[in-house]
Design a protein around this ligand. Structure first.
Ligand code: BES
Ligand code: MN
Ligand code: ZN
Length: 494
């Protein structure tokens, strides 16, 4: 979707559809009143009769019958005026764009960002909602039953508006959204390790990021036995993807991002049930989010140094597969007793987290679709957050509140360490049925050393089974907007 700013009076602006925000309780603002009058009081009547009460994310499309140059009004409910937030605008724009999908309309204009107090935050939210809500993955559809939705959106401002700042906001927001959609595309693709690495290389070349992909022999030379153990059950060899973006001075310590890159998780010998197993192609969503974040940071020229590490493998029960009872020596030297081959994510991550130490990270952040237990705890509304540094957790939390990609902290108290003790090795790779998200976090904590570290369990948030306003069902691309927001804070703090 392409966006442009246009300076015009909504009453004289020609378009196929004009998106207008409506409140439940107060529609006295001048633009709304003028529009109402121009269409013969029709809007006011819709509210008075409660045909369209302006509840959040409700959308009505109505024809204007030539009364104004805009052919249609798209009324978007924004809830109560006092409660208006960026997230309401983001969701409203997403809901409206989704409502326009399946119609013949290809272009629309919005004044959603002018609702309430207006401002550049609302502008950003409107662009995000529209760009993300309009997404669809149709690469493998040969019979097109979908018109592809809106291709072009105009953001309307009054004629005399000084638009330089707004143009910058739109341009930057589009870049971040492009990265989110890149992640969604990657996650939607069928699982394939080499494909993920290839996309990493292509993307890096396009954005001036350094990318190196370690193949099996180099992974062996590094002693990443935990990654190798997981990969042994598959014909597809593992890869270790290393991305480096230098946006600050060479001496500046980098933020290191680590993402789980399991391109398909069958569970291995501890095989998963067949129901819904196809969804486990999304098990590289953390890795994809890391790639997308580097892409966005480079596109925005953020003045930070960033490293992205993506251990990638496929977890299958082949003849060479690792099995319960095996003991694996990780790159860090710590030994791991395998009790469940389906706890493969932490295996590949522990080698990557250890590898990360060589960068002396200013902060170490991992993202992983790590545990079903996290989905049980938080559903698909928030990602689980764990970590060893209050300041870093606070920064992530505030970035999350700001961008709408919520996180919720789970504790890593000492007592939970008991769950991961093995009788014969330093650790075992799975705890019992209790506190599954936390015991996984605890396992990772054993490999981060003294680094300031946060772990984000995105098992519930990487994929939606139902449409959300700006997350059509399927891959969400979660993580990119959160980390970009966090990194903007890092850049500012210097
Ligand atoms: N990729 C899964 C976690 C997952 C489950 C993500 C459901 C999204 C939806 C992970 O590798 C896994 O299988 N975890 C196990 C860990 C257990 C064996 C300790 C789990 O959660 O059951
Ligand atoms: Mn698994
Ligand atoms: Zn997994």
């Amino acid at each position: 979707m392409k966006f442009s700013i246009t300076l015009e009076d909504p009453l004289s602006h020609t378009c196929q559809a004009l998106m207008v925000g409506c409140f439940e309780d107060d529609n006295s603002d001048p633009i709304f009143m003028a529009l109402d009058q121009a269409v013969g009081g029709c809007l006011g009547l819709l509210f008075k009769e409660r045909d369209f009460p302006g509840k959040p994310n409700k959308v009505r499309i109505m024809h204007t019958l030539g009364k104004i140059p805009a052919e249609r009004l798209v009324l978007v409910g924004l809830g109560k005026k006092r409660e208006l937030t960026d997230e309401r605008i983001r969701q409203g724009a997403g809901a409206a764009i989704q409502a326009l999908r399946g119609t013949s309309i290809k272009g629309c204009t919005t004044i959603l960002h002018l609702a309430g107090k207006g401002g550049n935050e609302f502008l950003q939210a409107a662009v995000e909602g529209a760009a993300l809500g309009g997404y669809g993955f149709s690469q493998y559809k040969t019979k097109n039953d979908d018109n592809g939705g809106i291709e072009k959106a105009w953001l309307l401002y009054p004629p005399a508006y000084a638009m330089e700042m707004a143009e910058k906001v739109v341009a930057e927001t589009q870049k971040v959204c492009e990265a989110v959609l890149f992640v969604r595309d990657l996650v939607s693709q069928p699982g394939n390790v080499a494909f993920l690495a290839k996309k990493g290389l292509e993307m890096s070349a396009r954005f001036g990021i350094t990318c190196r992909v370690l193949e099996r022999d180099e992974i062996e030379q590094n002693g990443m036995e935990a990654l190798l153990a997981v990969a042994r059950g598959s014909r597809q060899p593992p890869r270790f993807i290393i991305l480096e973006y230098t946006g600050a001075g060479a001496k500046e310590r980098p933020t290191v991002l680590v993402g789980k890159g399991i391109t398909f998780d069958s569970g291995g010998i501890s095989l998963k049930p067949r129901e819904g197993m196809e969804k486990m192609k999304d098990d590289m969503a953390g890795g994809a989010a890391v790639m997308g974040t580097l892409m966005a940071a480079a596109a925005l020229n953020l003045p930070v140094n960033l490293v992205g590490l993506v251990p990638a493998a496929e977890n299958l029960p082949g003849g060479g597969a690792y099995k319960p009872g095996d003991v694996v020596k990780s790159m860090s030297g710590q030994t791991i007793e395998i009790v469940n081959t389906d706890a493969e994510g932490r295996m590949i991550l522990c080698d990557a987290l250890h590898y990360a130490k060589r960068y002396r990270p200013a902060a170490l952040i991992d993202l992983a679709t790590l545990t079903g237990a996290c989905v049980v705890a938080l559903g698909n509304v928030a990602s689980g957050m764990m970590g060893n540094d209050e300041g870093l957790k606070r920064a992530i939390r505030s970035a999350a509140e700001k961008c709408g990609e919520r996180v919720w902290e789970l504790p890593l108290w000492e007592e939970y360490g008991e769950l991961m003790k093995s009788d014969i090795a330093d650790l075992k790779n799975a705890g019992g049925a209790e506190a599954g998200a936390i015991s996984a976090g605890w396992f990772l904590k054993s490999f981060v050393g003294k680094s300031r570290w946060v772990h984000l369990d995105i098992a519930g948030t990487a994929w939606m089974d139902k449409d959300r306003p700006y997350q059509p069902k399927g891959a969400t691309g979660v993580g990119v907007r959160l980390l970009v927001e966090y990194l903007k804070g890092v850049a500012k703090g210097r």
